[in-house]
Design a protein around this ligand. Structure first.
Ligand SMILES: Cc1ncc(COP(=O)(O)O)c(C=O)c1O
Length: 402
């Protein structure tokens, strides 16, 4: 086996690179989760999370991976037998659908080609046809991590309003939160699902629900059995900064530090940075003459880019060549895209030179693996980075944390 030196490049679209600051913030003795020091930590992170979701609503934190927050969104708002509307955007929309079906929901799954986002036109026509309001929720994955396609949530909101339909809107932002503009309040989202291991720059292990008043009202009548995920049990102790069970204490110290870093950079600068890195990556892919999976420029993801391999070439073999030679992990193609697609993660704790290194690894890997391509992708990305270099805007800190 090759001995690698320097840092591993973790360029999968989550989990992402964890900043040293965050690692150091977690490297401390575990504290009493029922004591005063924890109460302060809990209250601080619960408050400082809200601006990240662009909400004034409460956000709850589960010691769980993102799948837990998926299940929580469903069992807290719906009852077995309820009908919901979901959109086939890719691997993760199909998994969320499976969660819904296992919880006894009836899913109207709008078919998709895994290259486009959720269709607001389909949403509006299906909701308009549902005169009896049997559909209780519309559920959309904001950024489909398997394809690098971002659905336009503001358009889905307009479609629901246009159909004068009372369904809840639930959105999975696991690979978009703190990377791409996402507005829980302004877009009228009722439940936002998120996770720690991507834009929030933390290790895996925390997940979140942001909860609207309408979702809280639905919670009062929802009959799905729940214990661990129950919002009411969580919200009561949260008022004092506590949890109903043992929280992931040290991850919360990491979360505090990550939120501080996002606050220092300013959310609009975070979004701008991801946009520049998304654009530069797409410039590289085009220069290589390879095909981006997302087929609508309005729906390009700025947190990852999924790329088709030319016919007859195996994406997993290419990824293995890159890992072996350059110690870089790239994302695999998932389910129906297995072997056909590789994914470049460009989200979280990241900068121009890390992107340049990442794309250099891809370009050298393409050559070593004998994948037909044109050279010059890295040069195109550098050009894109230079021409979009507008500098970080100074901002007045909001001082949620200090
Ligand atoms: C969009 C999206 N939703 C849900 C999940 C599932 O989250 P987890 O693997 O943390 O349970 C992922 C994981 O990558 C994801 O990218």
């Amino acid at each position: 086996m090759t001995v690698h030196t320097g840092r591993h490049f973790l360029q999968i679209p989550g989990p992402t690179n964890v900043p040293d600051r965050v690692l150091r913030a977690m490297d401390r003795p575990v504290i009493d989760h029922r004591g005063p020091e924890f109460a302060k930590l809990g209250a601080e992170v619960l408050e400082a999370l809200r601006p990240i979701f662009q909400t004034k609503d409460p956000v709850v934190i589960y010691p769980a991976s993102g799948s837990g927050a998926w299940e929580a969104s469903i069992v807290n708002t719906l009852s077995p037998g309820n009908r919901v509307l979901m959109f086939e955007t890719g691997h993760f929309s199909s998994l969320w659908r499976q969660v819904a079906e296992r919880m006894g929901l009836v899913v109207d799954y709008v078919p998709g080609n895994w290259r486009r986002g959720a269709s607001s036109a389909d949403a509006q026509s299906r909701l308009s046809a549902d005169k009896g309001h049997a559909i209780k929720a519309v559920m959309v994955v904001h950024n489909e991590t398997s394809t690098g396609v971002t659905s336009r949530i503001a358009e889905i909101r307009k479609a629901i309003d246009g159909a004068h339909h009372p369904a809840l809107l639930m959105v999975d932002t696991i690979s978009s939160l703190a990377s791409m503009d996402y507005r829980h309040d302004e877009w009228g989202v009722d439940v936002t699902v998120a996770g720690s291991q991507k834009g929030l720059m933390l290790p895996p292990g925390l997940s979140f629900n942001a909860i609207s008043e309408k979702a809280l009202a639905a919670n009062k009548t929802a009959k799905s059995p729940r214990y661990y995920w129950d919002w009411q049990e969580m919200l009561k102790p949260n008022r004092q900064g506590f949890f109903p069970y043992t929280p992931a204490t040290n991850l919360l110290w990491g979360l505090r530090e990550a939120l501080l870093m996002l606050q220092e950079e300013g959310l609009s600068n975070v979004f701008r940075r991801h946009q520049r890195h998304g654009e530069a990556t797409r410039a590289a892919v085009r220069a290589w003459g390879l095909e981006i999976v997302c087929e609508n420029a309005l729906e390009y993801s700025n947190s990852l880019t999924a790329v088709f391999m030319p016919e007859g070439h195996d994406a997993d073999r290419f990824r293995a060549v890159v890992l072996e030679n350059f110690d870089m992990s790239l994302g695999s193609g998932l389910s129906q895209l297995a072997g056909r697609v590789f994914r470049i993660g460009h989200l979280g704790h990241f900068n121009d030179l890390m992107l340049a290194g990442t794309l250099s690894g891809v370009e050298m890997g393409l050559r070593l693996a004998g994948v037909p391509h044109r050279p010059g992708g890295v040069a195109a990305a550098l050009e894109s980075l230079l021409t979009s270099q507008s500098g970080t805007q100074k901002r007045v800190p909001e001082n949620v944390l200090s």
